[in-house]
Design a protein around this ligand. Structure first.
Ligand code: G3P
Length: 229
């Protein structure tokens, strides 16, 4: 399963990329607002930090205007993926852009039928919002399961990008179901490394190692005859 970072925080993206943990980035207008940065500038910076797709979202409601915005966004870098909402206007835009070879992420997907439309419109990715689904009393994981089943039934190439991921269980279950990608806030991705037994193990090994009195790297002996300058 590919991991995307759901953020416009470039420091967090750098840290995740350095650890080899991310294959792409997703942003949305709320995340751009949170970052407090110029949209085009920060998107360009993010595109240089990762090799994979970087989702940048259009904000217009009609197809013609979405296409005009997409034109500006896709000039930022080759790895920009245009994010469009799951509306008929968004789907028209998706079809036009993927037809020209541009990656498209169809976002705000809340039903399997919507995901079916995204696939028919040729979307590169469809983003079902798992956490927001759960928040509203639906089972977000069931949604991912249904989309997986339908896409596999017909061999659709659209990748399922599980979004609105809130915790490690979401990540684990998406991996079990076979979501192609999951996008999560950096804290959720970093949190996957945490385990109480790992911490306890490190604590015990550190104490036992100190008790041996040994050092892997021999301490450099201080030469008093060497001048300080
Ligand atoms: O990028 C879209 C999605 O991941 C948003 O998540 O937590 O705002 O529901 P959230």
């Amino acid at each position: 399963m590919k991991f995307f970072a759901d953020t416009a925080d470039t420091d967090a993206i750098k840290e995740l990329a350095e650890a080899g943990l991310i294959d792409g980035v997703t942003t949305n207008p709320s995340l751009i607002h949170k970052a407090g940065r110029d949209f085009l500038e920060v998107t360009k910076e993010i595109c240089a930090l990762v090799d994979g797709p970087v989702s940048a979202e259009v904000v217009a409601a009609d197809h013609a205007e979405m296409l005009r915005e997409a034109e500006v966004l896709r000039r930022i870098a080759d790895n920009v993926c245009i994010k469009v909402p799951l509306t008929i206007e968004g789907l028209k835009t998706c079809r036009a852009l993927t037809g020209e070879g541009t990656m498209v992420n169809v976002t705000l997907c809340f039903s399997a039928n919507q995901a079916l439309l995204a696939a028919k419109a040729g979307a590169t990715f469809v983003s079902p919002f798992l956490g927001r689904h759960d928040d509203n009393g639906f089972d977000g994981l069931d949604l991912i399961r249904d989309i997986r089943l339908i896409y596999d039934n017909y061999g659709f190439a659209t990748e399922i990008l599980a979004a609105s991921i809130r915790h490690g269980i979401h990540v684990l279950e998406c991996a079990r179901i076979g979501a192609d990608v999951m996008t999560a806030p950096p804290a959720v991705i970093m949190g996957l490394a945490k385990h109480v037994l790992t911490d306890k193990g490190i604590e015990a090994f550190t104490a036992d190692w100190a008790a041996t009195g040994q050092a892997i790297i021999a301490p450099v002996a201080h030469d008093p005859s060497a001048g300080s300058g």
